[in-house]
Design a protein around this ligand. Sequence first.
Ligand code: CA
Length: 339
Amino acid sequence: MKQLLFILLLSTSILIIPGCDKSESKPNEPVETNKTIVEHFGQLNVNGKDIVDKDGNSVVLRGMSLFWSQWGGQYYNKETIKWLRDDWKCTVIRAAMGVEGGAYLDNPEAEFQKVKAAIDACIELGIYVIVDWHDHSAEEHLEESKAFFERISSCYGNYPNIIYELYNEPLNVSWNDVLKPYHEEVISVIRTNDPNNIIVAGTPNWSQDVEDVIDNKLVGSNIAYSFHFYSSTHKQELRDKAIQAINAGIPLFVTEWGMSEANGNGIIDNASLNEWADFLEAYNLSWCNWSIVNKDETSAALLPTTSSLSGWSESDLSVSGKIIRDYLRLMNSELFDLL
Ligand code: CA
C-alpha cells in the first residue's frame, strides 16, 4: 500500500509539472511518517502585512541562507539541508544564486543545477525554500532573470515550498523608476506559471529603504518586500524605516540578516543583536540568517577548518554559528514537536 501510494504520488508530481526539460529529474515526495513543515502550513499567502498559512493563521519562518552559490555551492545538497532542518530546526532555506562574479551569467546551467539540488532537497524534506537572484545590479540582467524565473516557476510553481526572491540587494537606485519596473516584468513571467506562491521584491539601498514602497506597492497578490540588516552596523534608525513601512501595511520578509557588520565581517554587538531579535519577534517577521559557509568571517556559521557538510559539533561552528543555531532551536523546536 505504501509503495502504491508512493507510485501514485510520483506520477501525480510528473503530471503537474509543465515545462520542465525532460532531462530534469523530479524531487522525491516527502515519505516520512510525521507531517513536514510544508504539510503543516501548506500554501502560504500574504494577507495585509502578514504571511499566513493555508488556514489564514500567521506564520513566521526562520532559517539559514546558504552562501553565494559560486563560492558555497558545496552546501547546496540534501545532506546539508537535512542537517539544517533536523539539528538547526530551520523551516526555510535560502538558495542564494550568484549572478555576477563568475556565477550565473558565466555558467548558467552549472549554477541552475546547484539551485535545483537545493530546491529538490527542500521539497523532499518538506521545508520552504527561497530562490534568490543574488544580484546587486539585476536591472542590467533583466532578460537573464526572466529566463531563470520562467524555468523555476514552470518546474516548481505547483510546489508550495517555493518562495521567489527577485533581487537580493539593489544599490541606491530608484524604487519607482528602476526597481518597480524590473519587478513588474519578472512577476509577469512567474505569474504565467504560478498564480500564488509568495514573491519577495528587493528594495532600494541594499534592501533597506522599504519606506519607498509606501503608497507605491506592486500590483498583484502574495507579494512581500525584502528588508535586510546587519546588527553590528544597523541600529534603531533602520528599524524605524521598517516600522514605518509595516505601519503602512507593507509586508516585509527579512530574506537576509547577519549578526556581523554590514560587510559580513567585524564584531558582534550583542546588545544590538538582542534589540534586533526583539524587533523580529515583535513584528512576526520571517527571516534567513547569513550564512552557511566555512569562511574566516564573522557572519559565516562554520569555522574555516570545518570541511564536513553536515553533522557539525559545537567545535565546528563559529561564534555566530553557535548563537544562531541555539536561537533557531529555541524559536523553532516547539513547532517541530507539534508535527
Ligand atoms: Ca503555486
